[in-house]
Design a protein around this ligand. Structure first.
Ligand code: SF4
Length: 358
């Protein structure tokens, strides 16, 4: 069966025409799938029964399934483990903010980028997600809570700019079809310079978040292998170009790690690099992952205060989901371990773990 979910209007039109229908049926399918969130071909009641029957012989709507949900009992953050048709799983995280629900979506199964502090890269890259699989994460989160998602950060498992064509299709489907404005999207990158330049050319009006994690080239290289290919100086030039071309401010993500990037010299260097540039630094306290010696910092408040005193725009990301596997990729890693050890030796949290399917 061919999956309708994730098809563009052009592809849906071609599918309709191939079944002997008029081209406008493509636009109707598009509206049912995305704007009206139809999960079943039979729900598309303004299509003739004959067309629906023809469709069902070759097409289906497959949005994947939530196989596990963790819910933080304190702040209500939910982490979903989502499985697609080929059995591969990714995570998405649903957080509630004043402005509404925000969903962090994954863009790849695994990740090739090898950042030292990240659980998502442990097994390498398995495959890219399709546009439909990225959109599915929004569909499944909305269904789970019965509310619409207001904003999306593409900051889950994977490096989105390594999967750009599917990312662009996803953004267009989510914007034009699902109804989430481009300014409500943030795409993160570990610092792929040519791809940031391409994103600037596309001028989609999305927000960009760049993982900085250190103002020193040598430290960045030890934390993020990508820094060897694209040095800090080149990265900052590319970020400036993005801002000039799109007018969208860039957020620099900075996960504080004890003794690595939370020292006085880091504060001074950040101030020297960013003062007067209108940049925004988002401090995150590291969610430590197993098998890594990197620890979270006790200096977050001091660090933020010191940067502000030096005229740097700086915020601290709200710490959420602390009572579930908060670091990106941890839940998937546990699930993989569980599969390979036949459900043995896996720590479970019965208070916060809701298994929705077996
Ligand atoms: S932090 Fe992002 S880019 Fe780096 S390994 Fe993890 S998922 Fe990949």
């Amino acid at each position: 069966m061919i999956n309708l979910f994730g098809m563009t209007k052009k592809e849906l039109t071609e599918a309709a025409v191939s079944l002997g229908e008029k081209p406008f049926r493509g636009a109707q399918l598009f509206e049912w799938l995305y704007d009206k969130r139809a999960e079943d071909i039979d729900a598309m009641t303004n299509l003739s029964k004959a067309f629906r029957e023809k469709l069902k012989t070759s097409y289906a709507i497959d949005r994947g399934e939530v196989v596990l949900t963790q819910r933080d009992p304190v702040d209500g953050t939910r982490k979903f483990l989502i499985r697609f048709a080929d059995g591969e799983c990714v995570e998405s995280v649903l957080m509630r903010y004043e402005h509404g629900l925000s969903l962090c979506v994954s863009s790849q199964v695994g990740c090739a980028m090898g950042c030292a502090f990240c659980a998502s890269t442990r097994g390498g890259l398995i495959r890219d997600l399709t546009a439909g699989e990225m959109l599915s994460q929004i569909a499944l989160a909305e269904k789970a809570v019965g509310e619409r998602v207001a904003s999306v950060v593409v900051m889950g498992i994977g490096e989105p700019l390594m999967n750009m064509d599917h990312l662009f299709t996803f953004l267009r489907l989510a914007g034009e079809g699902w109804g989430i404005g481009m300014r409500h999207f943030t795409v993160s990158t570990c610092g792929l310079v040519p791809e940031i330049d391409r994103l600037a050319e596309e001028n989609l009006q999305i927000n960009l978040a760049v993982s900085l994690h250190s103002p020193f080239q040598e430290t960045r290289e030890t934390l993020m292998p990508v820094a060897r290919r694209y040095p800090l100086e080149e990265l900052l030039k590319s970020c400036k170009n993005y801002f000039t071309k799109t007018g969208r401010r860039i957020t620099f993500e900075y996960a504080l790690m004890a003794g690595v990037n939370d020292r006085p010299e880091d504060i001074e260097r950040l101030s020297a690099l960013f003062k007067g540039r209108g940049a925004h630094i988002n401090l995150i306290n590291l969610n430590p992952v197993a098998e890594s010696s990197l620890k979270h910092s006790e200096n977050v408040n001091f660090f933020c205060h010191a940067l502000k005193k030096r005229g740097i725009h700086c915020t601290m990301r709200r710490t959420i989901g602390q009572n579930i596997d908060a670091a990106c990729g941890q839940l998937r890693q546990k699930q993989l371990a569980r599969s390979s050890s036949n459900h043995q030796n896996i720590e479970s949290k019965p208070m916060s773990l809701e298994s929705e399917k077996s």
